[in-house]
Design a protein around this ligand. Structure first.
Ligand code: AMP
Length: 186
């Protein structure tokens, strides 16, 4: 089973992804974590990615897609993945569809964690660290609206989208996510 966790910055994707991946026995694949690991390790990829991350822009598709495909080729991804932070553009979604089709798999479900604009602003203001400048935060939100939000229609048309209310306690969100996956009562 291959799942995607979708939602705006501040929706709580990262926290939820860890829980859902563990319960469902899926590899948790977070492209943001992969870029940050690379940046810490000082690799060329990390240095390049950091320039985009710092200003709230997306790392270019070709680089991101290549990194993701290499990750999907690792053995632990064969039994299924929970994607967190990927895809973020329609081009990435199409590349993912092609790659999974080649191995006779597919994106099974896309879980959209919905949070209102006002709540996002509130959460991101609380979360702001020195390396998260206000301009970076607002840029990230605009980038989500322009480049990532179109994925909602993309997966809705494919009949794969499930909407989850993200304005509940974290445990209630986890419960709703698992219920959408048929794992109620966990
Ligand atoms: P995240 O931890 O998912 O919020 O990602 C942090 C940053 O990493 C983003 O603001 C982007 O700069 C970059 N990033 C993560 N995933 C992607 C992706 N799928 N496509 C492009 N850039 C990404």
């Amino acid at each position: 089973m291959n799942l995607i966790l979708l939602g705006p910055p501040g929706a709580g994707k990262g926290t939820q992804a860890v829980q859902v991946a563990a319960t469902m026995g899926l590899a948790h694949v977070a492209t943001g974590d992969m870029f940050r690991d690379n940046a810490r390790a000082g690799t060329n990829l990390g240095r390049l990615a950091q320039q985009y991350m710092e200003c709230g822009e997306l790392v270019p598709d070709t680089i991101t897609i290549q990194m993701l495909l290499e990750r999907l080729a690792r053995p632990d991804a064969a039994r299924g993945v929970l994607l967190d932070g990927f895809p973020r553009t329609v081009e990435q979604a199409q590349a993912l569809d092609r790659a999974l089709r080649e191995r006779k798999q597919q994106v099974d479900l896309v879980l959209l964690i919905e949070v209102s604009e006002a709540e996002i602003q509130k959460r991101l203001a609380l979360r702001a660290r020195t390396d998260d400048a206000p301009e970076t935060i607002s840029r990230r939100l605009r980038v989500y609206d322009a480049q990532t939000a179109p994925l909602i229609a993309y997966y809705d048309h494919a009949g794969k989208l499930r909407r989850i209310n993200g304005e509940q306690a974290p445990e209630a969100v986890t419960h709703a996510l698992l219920a959408a996956l048929g794992r109620d009562g966990q």
